[in-house]
Write a protein that binds this ligand. Structure first.
Ligand code: SF4
Length: 284
């Protein structure tokens, strides 16, 4: 069996840094993490074994304890809430996401903010939390009319469009076109913030998917960037699989003569990629 592993597979720089900082924090003692630190159960389990306590709400954390804000970022009000509880904040928000927050906050003084992204994704919720009341998340083209109605109510004449860092590049371009077509007689400033890591990984996934018989995408079940990679794999390879761990790989589906591609999402540890590769090799 020939196996091709994507060069851009696995942890991105933002996730690597967040995990390293979390480990350094945990060396000093237990620390809470608000929400999943990254969308991968293996990473979470490893850090929880080192003393991390994952909570869904700041109210669950006793005053003056240490709290970590995850790589995806949090809305601005949560920073204020953490301060009011005298929590020691370790901010693991990726620098690229922080920059998006800063720009959205600045622009919100004079513009209606549109965020292109998944409505329930923590990164989008965080960015919306820095964008003020005059903001709207567009996930699909069906949301554009509602966004326009909200925009009209504000009396503003400028729209600033920002994006989630991990959405599909092609779909993002389509939504930008639709927004520009629908927001007539409006100044529309587009700030496409898809992370370069995401773009390169998506392009490589497409390329490998077109060259192989079977394509395996590895990543967390809630991982948005993994989901996007899987969509690309499905579009470009007749047999695409999405798994979180090697255990989920069913070898019955694979033949010795197969050429198999592997790509992992930004929150997937390298050891899982290795486990998947070894499992395929041992099936030879
Ligand atoms: S994908 Fe990009 S923006 Fe998101 S955490 Fe990784 S480096 Fe940061």
């Amino acid at each position: 069996m020939e196996i091709i592993i994507g060069k851009t597979s696995g942890f991105c720089a933002g996730v690597k840094k967040a995990i390293r900082k979390a480990e350094e924090t945990l060396e000093k003692g237990e620390a809470y993490c608000l929400g999943e630190i990254v969308h991968n159960k293996n990473v979470i389990n490893d850090l929880e074994n080192k003393g991390m306590i994952t909570v869904n709400n700041l109210d669950e954390i006793p005053n003056e304890k240490t709290v970590m804000f995850r790589a995806h970022g949090e809305p601005e009000y949560k920073y204020k809430l953490a301060e009011s509880k005298n929590l020691k904040l370790v901010d693991l928000t990726c620098e690229k996401v922080k920059l998006i927050h800063e720009k959205a906050k600045k622009e919100s003084k004079e513009a209606f903010i549109i965020i292109l992204g998944k409505k329930n994704h923590p990164e989008t919720i965080g960015t919306k939390g820095f964008s003020g009341e005059n903001s709207f998340v567009i996930e699909t083209e069906d949301d554009i009319l509602d966004a326009y109605i909200e925009f009209e109510k504000t009396g503003l004449s400028k729209v600033y469009v920002t994006t989630q860092t991990t959405i599909s590049n092609a779909y993002c371009d389509f939504l930008i076109d639709e927004v520009e077509k629908n927001f007539i007689e409006t100044e529309v400033v587009v700030d496409k913030n898809i992370c370069p890591t995401t773009e390169i990984r998506q392009a490589e996934t497409k390329k490998i998917s077109q060259e192989v018989d079977k394509m395996i995408i590895i990543g967390g079940k809630n991982s948005s960037n993994t989901e996007e990679l899987f969509k690309i794999a499905e579009e470009n390879c007749k047999s695409a699989y999405k798994i979180e761990t090697a255990k989920e790989l069913n070898l019955v589906d694979f033949k010795i003569s197969d050429k198999v591609g592997i790509m992992a999402g930004a929150s997937t540890p390298e050891k899982i990629v290795e486990e998947v590769k070894n499992k395929l090799e041992n099936a030879n």
